[in-house]
Design a protein. Structure first.
Length: 254
């Protein structure tokens, strides 16, 4: 079975492992952005915000994914502290569904001010969403707040950034192999983890030491309560375009 993992901040180790996977007759990991139209037969590590596009073909494996109580690589950029902006207009600048849900779920509760408007083009915005490599970099001016920290302070549960999905009806032996691979970060050893951190640090232009705690806080083995945390993201965001999707579990792993 194919397993597709995205290359993002929190999946750094998984992506590194998938680039040079160990030979296996049951599992073929690769790095990419999975698409429902072309990858209906593959196991996929999907960003939580995108779950709704996979519910017709895939089931959730509740034991494997990515969760963190630390930084997530989704941040707000502001000219002054966000709690000082009286009528915030938030620019959803090229952000993922997960980032969109996270800011909607946290902004008012964390900063104490209701969002005045959401902007798709940046017009009138004092707050800009920043995601990925750029979110790790210190701002040239102003402030930058990672929303992973805000989420955990507000809710006391991790951000579940990714979940492992498998095609409905797939053989349980294959599912177990995919889940084990994710939980063990593809068997990546200490030296390859170090190299993966160095490569990410070079891309972000930051010291490698800044990534140690960030990546250490991300775990790939999930508990049953983590699925509730994933649902909570949708529930608190109350985004009419992205309602809470049904989470159908793969029965052999439930």
């Amino acid at each position: 079975m194919r397993l597709i993992v995205p290359d993002s901040v929190l999946t750094t180790y998984l992506a590194a492992a998938a680039e040079r996977p160990s030979p296996s007759a049951l599992l073929t990991p690769s790095v990419g952005q999975p698409e429902p139209a072309t990858d209906a037969d593959a196991a996929v590590l999907v960003a939580t915000g995108d779950l709704g596009t996979w519910t017709e073909t895939h089931h959730v494996v509740p034991t494997a994914g990515v969760a963190t109580t630390g930084r997530i690589g989704i941040a707000l950029g502001t000219p002054v502290r966000a709690d000082m902006i009286e009528e915030p207009v938030v620019w959803l600048r090229d952000v993922s569904t997960t980032a969109r849900l996270l800011v909607r779920a946290t902004y008012e509760r964390y900063y104490g001010t209701a969002v005045h408007a959401w902007s798709e083009n940046g017009e009138g915005a004092q707050v800009v969403m920043i995601e990925g490599i750029e979110a790790l970099q210190p701002p040239e001016t102003g402030f930058r707040d990672d929303l992973g920290r805000a989420w955990f302070i507000l809710n006391g549960v991790p951000v579940v950034s990714h979940l492992l999905l498998v095609p409905a009806g797939v053989d349980s032996v294959e599912v177990d192999g995919a889940a084990r691979w994710v939980r063990e970060s593809g068997g990546l050893d200490k030296e390859r983890r170090r190299k993966a951190r160095e490569r990410l640090a070079a891309r972000a232009g930051i010291p490698t030491s800044e990534l140690i705690d960030l990546l250490a806080a991300a775990r790939t083995s999930l508990e049953p309560s983590d699925l509730d945390a994933a649902k909570l993201l949708f529930q608190l965001a109350r985004d009419p375009e992205f309602p809470t999707p049904p989470l159908t579990l793969h029965e052999a792993n439930a």
